[in-house]
Design a protein around this ligand. Sequence first.
Ligand code: NOJ
Ligand code: NOJ
Length: 714
Amino acid sequence: MRNLSYKLASLLFLFSILLNPLSGASAADFKREVIYQIITDRFFDGSTSNNNPSQSAGLYDATKTNWRLYWGGDLQGIQQKMSYLAGMGVTAIWISPPVDNLNTNIPDGGGNPTASYHGYQGRDFKRIEEHFGNSGNTWTDFDAMVSAAHAAGIKVVIDFAPNHSTQDNAGEFGSLYDNGTFLGNYTSDTNGYFHHNANISGGGWDDRYQVEYFTLFDLADLNQEHATIDGYMKSAAQLFQQHGVDGFRIDAIKHVTWGWEYSFANSIYTYGDSFIFGEWYQGNTSDPLYHDSYKFANKSGMTMLDFPLNTAIRSVFASNANFSEIDSVINQEATNFTWKEDLVTFIDNHDMARFLSVNNNNNRLHEAMSFVLTARGVPCIYYGTEQYLHNDTSGGTDPYNRPMMPGFSTTTTAYTLTSRLSSLRRSNPAVPYGSMTQRWINNDVYIYERKFFGSTVLVAINKNETSSYSISGLNTSLPVGTQADYLTGLLGGVPITVGSGSGGNNPVNTFTLPAHAVSVWQFTEGTAGPEIGSLGPTVGQPGVKTVIAGRNFGTTTGTVKFGTTTATVNSWTSTQIVVTTPAVTNGNYNVTVTTSGGSVSNGIQFTVLTAKLIPVTFTVYNATPTVTGDYIFLTGNTVELGAWSTTWDGAFGPMLTPNYPDWFITASVPAGQTIQFKFIKIASGGAVTWENGSNHTYTVPTTGTGFVNVNWQY
Ligand code: NOJ
Ligand code: NOJ
């Protein structure tokens, strides 16, 4: 009897997991989300009891006049605003780093007190900041906030900053704690937990070695190659996964050892379903490290914030540049990024002036919002955008881009717009998964089509404030007939009439697009074969679960294949399947879904790793056969090292040479495996030269970090 009721209870539990659309492994499919970025301290003060905690007394400014002190916003405040967020169509929040931060005041140049109210000076990554939670630094408030978010259908992404602890030359001098136990600090770093180099400056911002190993704005630069720091950061991230977070926004990924980050992402995915995007700051696609950025996004398992597109969005909508600027970034990135639909797109954030500080024009803001909410990528809206929040002191840059949320009106146009376009992202798969093609363009008008198999979304934006445009010669894949504006005129949109054409080019009758109008037309395909739109993660070793999302998988379980090998299915719905990566040889595989009725889907690429990843630093001494512009790369016999690839994108590198002619790089390689590797030179013209001799071999440790030093073989 006891046994039976136990079985019944676990069966009910299983059902509740299966039936609850909010639970289960779905974080990996973030393309369907609308993210909302919250500076926790500036959102809402839900509890006054944590405003001036004893261990860090004096960092709170009740008058809200010192922009660099805490103003009272907290996790309870976020929790209390869940229905406001849900009503706006927000399906995920990205909150400030919630970890215990610097406790002391560090006066600025003018002698005014400052505090780490933004969260980017972590001191203990395993406890919650007392100003956001409680003076015991416990998880209580964090857990309650996560539960409330999940109950409201909202996922939680935390900002996580593994690059550094606190300021290295003042305050707590970088002191790092492991759940309350002191680990070390920057000034008496006997264990080597930190990199000790100067601040990144000048040309150093484009130099790979300085970018990764020098100091970012006086912040104590952590040495992720040290097994203690490596283990600390991975276990801290896992702790947040245990406390229910669905994803991570990784701070300053360009400044953390790149090769280490592959193993960090792998550690998160090995533990559980997640979505990881990083902040790789760059102005545009001509940035000297742009190529490194997309190579990283294509290989590491981590996507990134789309800074090049952000620049173009601000330039076009705020500064009135021609739409071709956006169009060319979309096209360039489509060529370079394998997983462009995962890039996180945005108009502004906490590090730049708010859009309305640059151009105080709500029409333009609505147009930019419509763009990010319908273009390819996962849109992220900065808190307060929907309330037209801005403070223009000093041009509205940091810290004036972080005012207190002014109110929570649910009737603004921006609030309604976000809600409607969030619904469209959920109902029409062309928005999260579809291709993006320009259909009509001039300086002021941009018309683009999103398409996923038979589903289509067509968007037209006219950013001219006074002139309408007559649109003729427009073609679309939308079906024949009258198509109504999905926004029902919210931004001045109009219906169109689609005629009959061929090859996905149905002619649209000439129509007038009014001044500052946005029109959205859409068609969602009915029954069709199985269609995969998303895979996440896109890289993992046998045993790691991956989430396949799309449509028409059917309600009866079918099969999923990696190449020709059938994978174990953990769960199956008509839109989402969770599978376990099968034990196949490492390499790239085409993943397909076959329905129970035998229909086969499109394929999507997944990289099967050999084993869990361990960061290993490879040094090759005396590799002299180089001239300026030549680089040494690492290549080897597993997919992690490029499977003997000799191309810039396929091999691991370029390696770094702060002490020429010695070169080094940290790569993430399979735990416990004996790997073979060699170094190659890729000359500036592309010519490849192998070092001589037989392959080097190395057995990767099963835990911690590794180091291997060899001589270039002549
Ligand atoms: C980038 C963050 O977005 C910024 O606000 C922060 O100050 C730096 N990284 C350092 O953590
Ligand atoms: C071909 C290269 O020429 C050689 O040097 C290298 O050892 C092998 N690839 C890898 O087995």
